[in-house]
Design a protein around this ligand. Structure first.
Ligand SMILES: C[S@@+](CC[C@H](N)C(=O)[O-])C[C@H]1O[C@@H](n2cnc3c(N)ncnc32)[C@H](O)[C@@H]1O
Length: 299
């Protein structure tokens, strides 16, 4: 280990080890160098955006030991680095995460940054629901970046996930702006109506679940698994959303690779599949009217 002296040495070495171990990246970073950087700066209590000058800083023996410990955990257990650092980034905001919540990575981040334009009309005050909130990332980012003057409801079935969301809500001081509600989809929402319902529900089908890289096995299965065709939750959302949407309301749902199965299941529904500049797909938008039509056809 004597050859490794500087921060740069350890980032390079870690990246080489990760590539050699064929790790999967996709939970916050998409390559070995960024993944190694994340763990090195975390071990050293330094900012994620490491100033160039520090790449050549020499490390003490205990610092080297700490970095190696994190690298070993990453490699031996295939744990995505946000579960080691307990931090994930979404819309450039930091979120506490643990293994009760999925690591935030939804392309819906872009819609939030664009304040859901051109889909939302700001002449009226917005009522928003984040269904299946997990870490609370969609509700919190929407509150900060899109709708600072409104109260957002955020639901999840998992009390453990809601504990994480509560911690994040408190970090951003949004206790008055975000209502966390334990609910099996819409079941505990009474007759509440929203102009905007956004959801990133579980949508992974059995086959995809079996073939996912080991890193995903550290995420809560309750956040991923959605039956044989991945549509278990989205079908329920499509069936019940009209009861909770205003007549000018819209529903935005992420379904990932289950997009194909969804189109097969509802061949006549005019889903608007949203486009993202930073990549990602499988997010649809339907209006209240389209949902009413879908349900009439279904009956
Ligand atoms: C794909 S994760 C999304 C989390 C978060 N919105 C995000 O984008 O990172 C899905 C979430 O749905 C929750 N969930 C699973 N079944 C549910 C149900 N029946 N009702 C409400 N939430 C559910 C899980 O606990 C998990 O937090």
């Amino acid at each position: 280990m004597k050859e490794l002296q500087t921060i740069g040495d350890f980032i390079r070495w870690g990246a080489s080890q990760f590539n050699q171990a064929n790790l999967f990246f996709g939970h916050g970073t998409d390559n070995a160098v960024d993944e190694a950087t994340t763990l090195v700066v975390y071990a050293l209590h330094l900012p994620q955006e490491l100033p160039d000058i520090l790449w050549h800083s020499k490390l003490t023996y205990p610092e080297k030991q700490k970095i190696i410990e994190f690298f070993n955990i990453r490699i031996a257990k295939n744990i995505p680095s946000p579960y080691i650092t307990k931090e994930a980034w979404f819309t450039n905001l930091s979120f506490y995460v643990n293994q009760h919540v999925l690591i935030p990575r939804s392309p819906i981040a872009e819609l939030i940054e664009q304040r859901f334009e051109p889909w939302m009309d700001y002449s009226n005050s917005i009522k928003m629901l984040d269904l299946c909130t997990g870490s609370g990332c969609i509700a919190i980012a929407s509150s900060i970046l899109a709708f600072p003057n409104t109260v957002i409801d955020a639901t999840d079935i998992s009390y453990d996930a809601l504990d994480v969301a509560k911690k994040n809500v408190s970090t951003y001081g949004l206790e008055q702006k975000i209502n966390l509600i334990q609910s099996n989809l819409f079941s505990n929402l009474g007759n509440k109506l929203y102009n905007l319902i956004v959801s990133n529900p579980p949508y992974v089908d059995v086959e995809e679940l079996k073939n996912m890289p080991l890193e995903y096995t550290h995420e809560p299965k309750i956040g991923l698994a959605a039956g044989t065709d991945g549509l278990f939750f989205v079908e329920q959302i499509l069936r019940h959303a009209t009861k909770h949407l205003t007549s000018d309301g819209i529903l935005i749902v992420e379904v990932g690779l289950s997009q194909t199965n969804l189109i097969k299941r509802y061949p006549d529904v005019p889903f608007t599949w949203l486009k993202f500049q930073r990549g990602g797909e499988g997010v649809f938008l339907l209006t209240y009217e389209q949902l009413c039509h879908l349900n009439q056809v279904e009956v």
